[in-house]
Write a protein that binds this ligand. Structure first.
Ligand code: NAP
Ligand code: ZN
Length: 347
């Protein structure tokens, strides 16, 4: 066993605190890398609070992980000791179902193995995430990270990046499209960057008027304050796509009204309660509500390579692990600009 240290929630009511635990030995197909930075996703907060379902505790969150390889198994061919490496939300899948074969491991028909709050495939122990010093992952789920980009700011690409890149690619959002990004947080700000990079006309839909200047700096062409009924009224029927990144309950019917005929609402945010969608919100204009989960491994590598080529990273606030609870509080208030990343040297 490998002795690891990290920060864990012992139960859904307790703040994260230091915790020592064990990881599996490096198997023939495994890569071990020491973690240098880990992004803080709203999903971490949802899961330590049992917002979605009963979690596995103690829980070490973190699925935006980058670091340097320290050991590889004898059959590993993709990685060498000393190289940069990254892991996102998944560490395993069945690898043989039709979805896995198509590079859609996130939709593995047997269910993928999540980086934390999941059981290892052999059922032996829970998986533990990136708020820790080291991790062991099977080679297929380890990504190559460019040394051209700022490493800390690259970490959020592993979840916030791929989760916004994948639906925009799937629905072929680009030139000639009007894209609205709903919620300017970790996912939202990446959605803006990719939407702009793909050539769409991008509008940020936000509850926070104070984010307008940032939205424009991120490349957004327009900014709409969703709490202002006049602005909402003026934007009725104007978008081809809305990328919904909102983490809390919100009125879908109001936002569906902003879509054009045949418009698509791409849901990636996961509030704890189901949406209440009135059929009329969809029928009047043949609108679709769709969802998308992270992205497959091949597409994640494609996204990372795209970012290296186009110099795209997250806008981050680098934090000390000791400030994690305070950072969660700010995230809960929508006050994240635009991703917290933990400097693991502070562990
Ligand atoms: P985040 O950084 O906290 O951003 C969420 C943003 O939503 C906030 O900054 C805020 O932006 C807006 N918002 C918050 N409460 C709102 C409300 N009541 N009404 C309207 N807007 C509100 O969170 P994140 O890390 O980007 O994650 C967003 C969601 O995506 C979470 O639910 C997370 O679990 C989920 N997620 C899904 C996937 C997937 O595979 N589908 C992957 C990762 C994360 P404004 O201030 O601009 O309004
Ligand atoms: Zn995430």
């Amino acid at each position: 066993m490998i002795q690891a240290k990290g920060w864990a929630a012992q139960d859904p009511k307790t703040d994260l605190a230091p915790w020592d635990f064990e990881r599996r030995e490096v198997g023939p197909h495994d890569v071990q890398f020491d973690i240098l930075y880990c992004g803080v996703c709203h999903s971490d907060l949802h899961q330590i609070k049992n917002d979605w379902f009963e979690g596995i505790f103690p829980m070490v969150p973190g699925h935006e992980i980058v670091g340097r390889v320290v050991k590889v198994g004898e059959h590993v061919t993709k990685f060498k000791v000393g190289e940069l490496a990254g892991t996102g939300c998944m560490v395993d899948s069945c690898q043989v179902c039709e979805n896995c074969k198509e590079g859609l491991e996130q939709y593995c028909l047997e269910g993928n193995t999540q980086t934390y709050n999941s059981m290892e495939r052999d059922g032996s122990r829970p998986t533990y995430g990136g708020y820790s010093n080291t991790i062991v992952v099977r080679e297929e789920f380890v990504l190559h990270i460019s040394d051209k980009l700022d490493l800390a700011a690259t970490a959020p690409l592993l979840c916030a990046g791929i989760t916004t890149y994948s639906p925009l690619r799937h629905w072929k959002v680009g030139k000639g499209h009007k894209l609205a990004v709903l919620g300017l947080g970790g996912l939202g700000h990446m959605g803006v960057k990719f939407g702009v990079a793909f050539g769409a006309e991008v509008t940020v839909l936000s509850t926070s008027p104070s984010k307008e200047e940032d939205a424009k700096k991120l490349g957004a062409h327009h900014f709409l304050v969703t709490k202002d009924p006049e602005q909402m009224k003026a934007a009725q029927g104007s978008f081809d796509f809305i990328l919904d990144t909102v983490s809390a309950e919100h009125d879908m019917n109001a936002y569906l009204g902003l879509l054009k005929t045949n418009g698509v609402m791409m849901c990636v945010g996961v509030p704890s309660k189901p949406y209440a969608i009135h059929p009329f919100s969809l029928i009047g204009g043949r609108k679709s509500v769709a969802g998308s989960g992270i992205g497959g491994i091949k597409e994640t590598q494609e996204m990372l390579d795209f970012c290296a080529e186009h110099n795209i990273v997250s806008d981050i606030e680098l934090i000390d692990i000791k400030d994690i609870t305070a950072s969660y509080e700010r995230m809960e208030k929508g006050d994240v600009r635009y991703r917290f990343v933990i400097d693991m040297a502070t562990l």
